[in-house]
Design a protein around this ligand. Sequence first.
Ligand code: AP5
Length: 216
Amino acid sequence: MLIVLLGPPGAGKGTQGERLAERLSLPKIATGDVFRAAVREGTPLGLEAKGYMDRGELVPDAVILGIMREVLASPEAARGAILDGVVRTVPQAEGFSDMIAKLGRALDAVLVFDVADDELVRRLSGRTVCDVCQTPYMGIEPGTACAKQDGGTLVRRKDDEPEAIRNRLKVYHEQTEPVIAWYEQHDFPVHRIDAVGALDDVTGRALATLTGAASA
Ligand code: AP5
């Protein structure tokens, strides 16, 4: 099962992606996590991505298409994957669609997490993440140990500074929202999820949508 998660920064793609991956026994692959790991390790990919990420801009399409190819070829994703933020521009959606068609695979669902901008700003301004496993937390101070006891410490992401948040929202509305229309126009199974409310409720809505889509 290949599932693309779309939605603005702070909509809960990472949080819900983790939960869906666990429930569906699929790996979750997040390009944001791939880039942050590369930045930490100081690899050429990390050096290229860092400036874009810190400013809240998108990393160039050519880099993303290379990562998508690696993801689809990986044994880890042979049974499918939850793809968190992997597709963010129309050229990326086109490229990804061509790749999966050539491999004879199908995109089973595009889940769009809907949250209003003021709630997104509130969430991102209060977020800390584990510097080891990337788990996001709400309202917990930087410097606190990660609850997953992996030796990680909670930090604030550089792109959660107010100016970068504003830019990420602008980039989302200009470059990623058109991806939803593109998928709809090309008859991909797009489902909108109300992503406001308790975490369990949002997970329940997403799972109910996926179950309904699979039995339709
Ligand atoms: P990425 O790390 O994917 O950032 P993002 O898309 O901006 O998304 P976030 O991780 O900020 O938010 P989220 O939706 O995962 O929400 P979360 O679950 O954390 O990408 C970073 C950068 O990498 C991009 O800006 C770009 O530069 C680059 N990049 C990555 N992919 C790319 C691509 N394909 N093309 C080009 N560039 C790319 O939740 C947010 C907070 O809210 C958390 O604190 C959480 O605890 C809380 N929360 C979650 N759900 C709820 C709820 N229901 N109620 C209350 N609080 C909640």
